[in-house]
Structures are given as C-alpha cells and as structure tokens.
Design a protein around this ligand. Sequence first.
Ligand code: ATP
Ligand code: MG
Length: 269
Amino acid sequence: MTGPLLELDRVTKRFGRVVIAEDLSLAVGPGQVVGIVGPNGAGKTSLFGLISGDLAPGAGEIRFAGRTVTRLDAAARCKLGVGRTYQVPRPFGDMTVFENLLIAAQQGGGLRRRASYAAAVEALDRTGISGQANVPAERLGLLQRKRLELARALATQPTLLLLDEVAGGLTDPEVAQLVEIVRDVNAAGTAVIWIEHVVRALTPVVSRLICLAGGKFVGDGDPATVLAEPAVREVFLGTEVTAALAGGSLEAGSEVKGDGAVGGERSNP
Ligand SMILES: Nc1ncnc2c1ncn2[C@@H]1O[C@H](COP(=O)(O)OP(=O)(O)OP(=O)(O)O)[C@@H](O)[C@H]1O
Ligand SMILES: [Mg+2]
C-alpha cells in the first residue's frame, strides 16, 4: 500500500460543550510508531474511540488502509485491521486467558476456528503469557492483565495497534518488558499509536510524538523536539516532568521522578 495507513481529515467531536477533538488532521504511515501524551481529559482516549469506531465524529472524515471508514462501526474497523487496548482492561473475567484470545480472534478478527487457534497461540507467545493460558482472566495480576489486554488486541491481527496506557502502574523492569513486546510487534510490520503518561516507556520505541491538549494537537514530531516546545511545556507546567524537561534529558532512565507520569494524576491503576 502506498500512502498513509490512517488518515484523520478535520475531525471534530464534542460532548455537549466539551470539545474533545477540534478539527484534527493526522496521517500515520504503515509501520510507524507514534506516541501520544497530554494531560488528563485532553481527549486522548476519545481520539482512539474516533479511530476505532467506538465514537462517531461530529464532522470530518477518517480513512484507514485506503478506504473511508468514518461511518463503519468498531467491529467492522477491527476486521479491517484496527486493534485497540482499553485504558481499563475489559477481559471476560470468568473465561480463561486462551478463551479470551479465541473470542478476540473470532469476533474481533473475523477468523475461522482453525485460524483463530493459531492467532490465539501466537498472541500468547508474543506477550509471554503462555503459562497463564488456562487461568481465568479475573485471577491475573496487574502485569498479566496488561499483557492479556495487549494479547487480545494482537489476536485480532491488527495492522494498526492502538495502546491506551498499557504501562501505567507497572515497575521499571515490567515497563521495559512491555516496550520489548511492542518493539517486536512493530518489527513484524504493525503500526502502533501509543497513549502513555509514562514518557520513559515511549521514548525508546516511538519515532514521533504528538501532544494533545483540549482536543487539539499542540506538538507533533521528533520526541525530544516536541517535549522541548514551549506550548508542550506549558501543558505540563507544574508536573514533575517539568524538572526533567528543564534538564533537557528525555531518554529512558532520565531524571523523570516518581512514576514518570506526565500531566498530573493518572486515572489508571
Ligand atoms: N462519553 C462521554 N460523554 C461525555 N463526556 C465524555 C465522554 N467521554 C469522555 N468525556 C469527556 O471528554 C474529555 C476527554 O476525555 P478522554 O477520556 O478522551 O481524555 P484522556 O486524555 O484520555 O484523559 P486521561 O489521561 O485521564 O485518560 C473529558 O473531559 C471527559 O470527561
Ligand atoms: Mg484516557
């Protein structure tokens, strides 16, 4: 395919008087890895809703893999290759990990029985949860739940993977493991858009960073350049990351203190 994998063309969405997307235009190429940061309530999760089809835009057009998907629902877009994780994981708690993946592959990915088994096994393998295959999802700890959420998205066979705060609440070594998984997924050709407050999770893997605030893009480009922009710093003013930004060091292992969160409190555990 030539041209962008995903295109948003002047997309606008309001909830009453709250503007969560204001005239947003965006193009993401096949295989690209894009990070999204922004304060709480910026509209990040809502942007994923617009891309995945969980939310319908008030105006504008969305194209995926060369076709207009603006009016397609989430199930149809998933079958076309848009996979997403949810900020609050949504597994079927009383089903096993493997059953959850089979459902994702069949219902989400539209795969038939034999192909869905192969997709579920591959997703287990890629996310390192093969040992938990027969465990009910509700019995998993936080890291394994995050991995299952990622595995569920992978089982749908996405060409675009939307990750919504999968690193929140994890320790540094756990974040590093997650980054490796995302890197492998991307190396196999899947484009990734990754919303994360934990900037140190993004910097090793994203080539492009977008900052969203008040439903608008206030920065878009090379991560270090974007994080140094005055408009982006303004958004993060008063947060712990401001000190790190002032130091100019934004690589993994930099001076970001505490949990490395940007934009104040996280809503995720
Ligand atoms: N279904 C809805 N109905 C009304 N308002 C909503 C709805 N979903 C989100 N909002 C509002 O839209 C704004 C953007 O929310 P969104 O969840 O997209 O932000 P976010 O950037 O993902 O925030 P966070 O970092 O806390 O996850 C918020 O003010 C939120 O309260
Ligand atoms: Mg969110």
